[in-house]
Write a protein that binds this ligand. Structure first.
Ligand code: ZN
Length: 110
C-alpha cells in the first residue's frame, strides 16, 4: 500500500485498504478539517444551491401576499378537507391523551 501525505497535518500515513483515495490521516482533527474543506469546495461548485431555495421561498411568500384569499377560497371550495383535518386532529389528541394516561399508569405502578 502506497503511503500518502496528509493534506492537513502533512504527516505520512497509510491509507485504509477500503479507502485508497483518502487524502487525510486518521486523526480526528484532520478528518473534520477535510469534511469542512470538501463542503466549502462543494459550495463553491454549487453557489446557487442555497440561494435558489431562498429565492423560491421569497417567491412563495410574494405569491401568498398577492393572493391572500387563495387558502380561504380553497378551504371554502373544499369543505370536506376541513372535516378530514378536524377528524385527524381529534384522533391525534385522543391518542396523545391515551399515551399520557398509560404513562401515568406506569408512574403510579412503580
Ligand atoms: Zn493529518
Amino acid at each position: 500500500m502506497a503511503r500518502k501525505k496528509c493534506l492537513v497535518c502533512r504527516k505520512i500515513f497509510e491509507p485504509d485498504k477500503w479507502h485508497p483515495y483518502q487524502k487525510v490521516c486518521f486523526n480526528n482533527e484532520c478528518r473534520g478539517t477535510q469534511r469542512i474543506l470538501s463542503l466549502q469546495k462543494w459550495r463553491i461548485k454549487n453557489p446557487d444551491y442555497f440561494k435558489q431555495r431562498t429565492d423560491n421561498l421569497d417567491k412563495m411568500q410574494e405569491w401568498r401576499k398577492a393572493n391572500p384569499n387563495y387558502y380561504i377560497e380553497y378551504r371554502r371550495a373544499h369543505p370536506e378537507l376541513r372535516d378530514k383535518t378536524q377528524k385527524y386532529v381529534r384522533e391525534f389528541r385522543k391518542r396523545k391523551r391515551e399515551a399520557s394516561k398509560q404513562k401515568q399508569n406506569l408512574v403510579d405502578k412503580y
